[in-house]
Design a binder for this molecule. Structure first.
Ligand code: PLP
Length: 484
């Protein structure tokens, strides 16, 4: 494709995306295709001869679009938001156009230095501690996902706990990591990858009301493990759990970690970016004093398209000790001076995309006040929704709901718990199959809760109102159809 052909088709693609976004409301939020339907519609063999780009666009609309669940639809309330704003998409397009491999400073100095600047900017916007800045002993880095960020934190923690020997000797002792039943499943995956195994994952109790990790039980488990000769590596506290946005008591957990020299990672994948608003800075309580590492996902709620997780460490030495390798083919003068950052040493893969461009575009387009306004809109709408739910005798809202996620339960008077849960799931399936909205569920203490995560780029009050009306209507219809 020549630059002139690229220009022509590039304009078609940008038009296609703009039309797509403008027309999203007329699409069913959740794809309604059956398994295998898209695959069957595609040719089993690749073309022998090149085709015009228009043919790709035609098939995109004709074949693929029905199989797309529209994450940017204003009535998408499932999982967590996955914001893809205009400036982020454009920043990503530039990154693709430059086609830069930013593995080393020397392979594109701007790729590294812009990343250093934007992660430092973001640390400032979120009021994270100064030691997380690159000019201090720590620093930030963009990872593909929170799962990777937690794995990297664990590898750095393991390096420190093993006295720097793990990289050479492997996992030769019994090491443990501490999580709760509410911690994201990626931590268990990280333990498996790092060689701790699931046996090395200890599950700390949570408070049954708030679902926050219990520091007393953490202490008890640590005592038990110390007596068994196990080496504690890391505690992962979550600020904003996936299920209900519960917040672990970082300061109290951090005090236990400090006492015993254990690495504290704070996984704030969804909620962390909300600390951009001063009134939500309580989300950072304990981070400045105790966190060895901290991660949050601009690719969820901060208007930046997937993938963009930022991981900060208070000290970069253990991270580099765990991951830095110097093969001959990567040696270069800048690296040998020790005066540049090579982000390949801060992640699992060698190659890396120029992700900082999209975060830079987002921060510059919206400015800090625009970013704050986006978070505040999501929180306000969620609080309104929670107030409507709690005012309705047919429903029960889960407390607390401090951010953009509202969990709730429809009531089914007279139905035993298992049947009530079944009816709740049926209600959700009916709503999702209608195409007018998309929500997901979770389980707390064995009982089903519905989750509405608000914070889409295009979500407005009317979308939340319509969703709530639809939920009430469908609940009334389903209740009327139930026996008794
Ligand atoms: N941690 C928490 C608290 C999350 O909520 C999630 C995803 O929802 C993750 C980690 C994993 O995120 P990612 O998809 O970026 O790996």
């Amino acid at each position: 494709m020549s630059p002139e052909e690229f220009r022509r088709h590039g304009k078609q693609v940008v038009d296609w995306i703009a039309d797509y976004l403008a027309g999203l409301e007329s699409q069913p939020v959740m794809s309604q295709v059956k398994p295998g339907e898209i695959r069957r519609a595609l040719p089993p063999e690749p073309p022998e001869h090149g085709e015009p780009f228009e043919a790709v666009l035609t098939d995109l609309g004709r074949i693929l679009l029905p199989g797309i669940t529209h994450w940017q639809h204003p009535s998408f309330f499932a999982y967590f938001p996955s914001n893809a704003s205009g400036p982020a998409v454009l920043g990503d397009l530039i990154s693709s156009g430059l086609g830069v491999q930013g593995m080393l400073w020397v392979t594109s100095p701007a790729c590294t230095e812009l990343e250093t600047v934007v992660v430092d900017w973001l640390a400032g916007l979120l009021d994270l501690p100064a030691r997380f800045r690159t000019d201090a002993a720590g620093g930030g880095v963009i990872q593909d996902s929170a799962s990777s960020a937690c794995l990297i934190a664990l590898l750095a923690a393991l390096h420190r706990a093993g006295g720097g020997q793990v990289a050479a000797e492997g996992v030769t002792r019994r090491y443990t990591m501490y999580v709760s039943s509410q911690t994201h499943s990626s931590l268990e995956k990280a333990a498996r990858i790092a060689g701790l195994g699931t046996a090395g994952v200890r599950v700390v109790d949570v408070d049954p009301d708030t679902l926050a990790m219990d520091p007393g039980h953490l202490r008890a488990l640590l005592d038990e493990d110390a007596a068994a000769g196990v080496v504690p590596v890391m505690v992962c506290a979550t600020v904003g759990t996936t299920s209900t946005t519960a917040v672990d008591p970082v300061a109290a957990l951090g005090a236990v970690c400090r006492e015993r020299g254990i690495w504290l990672h704070v996984d704030a994948a969804y909620a962390g970016v909300a600390a951009i608003c001063p009134e939500l800075r309580w989300l950072n309580d304990g981070v400045a004093e105790y966190a060895d590492s901290y991660s949050t996902n601009p690719h969820k709620w901060l208007l930046t398209n997937f993938d963009c997780t930022v991981l900060w460490v208070g000290e970069r030495a253990p991270l580099l000790g765990a991951l830095s390798i110097q093969p001959e083919f990567l040696r270069n003068a800048a690296t040998s001076t020790g005066s540049v950052v090579d982000y390949r040493d801060w992640q699992v893969p060698l190659g890396r995309r120029f992700r900082a461009l999209k975060l830079w575009s987002v921060i510059r387009w919206y400015g800090a006040e625009g970013l704050r306004a986006h978070i505040r809109d999501g929180v306000r709408l969620a609080q309104d929704l929670a107030s409507w739910i709690s005012a309705d005798p047919g429903f029960e809202v889960w407390e607390p709901h401090p951010l953009g996620l509202v969990c709730f339960r429809p009531l089914w008077p007279g139905l035993p718990a298992a049947e009530a849960d079944h009816a709740t799931m049926r209600l959700m399936e009916l709503l999702n199959a209608s195409g007018s909205m998309y929500m997901t569920h979770t389980k707390v203490a064995g009982r089903v809760l519905l989750r509405m995560a608000i914070g889409g780029v295009a979500t407005q009050r009317r979308h939340v109102e319509q969703a709530w009306e639809h939920i009430r209507w469908e609940h009334a219809a389903l209740s009327a159809s139930l026996p008794g």
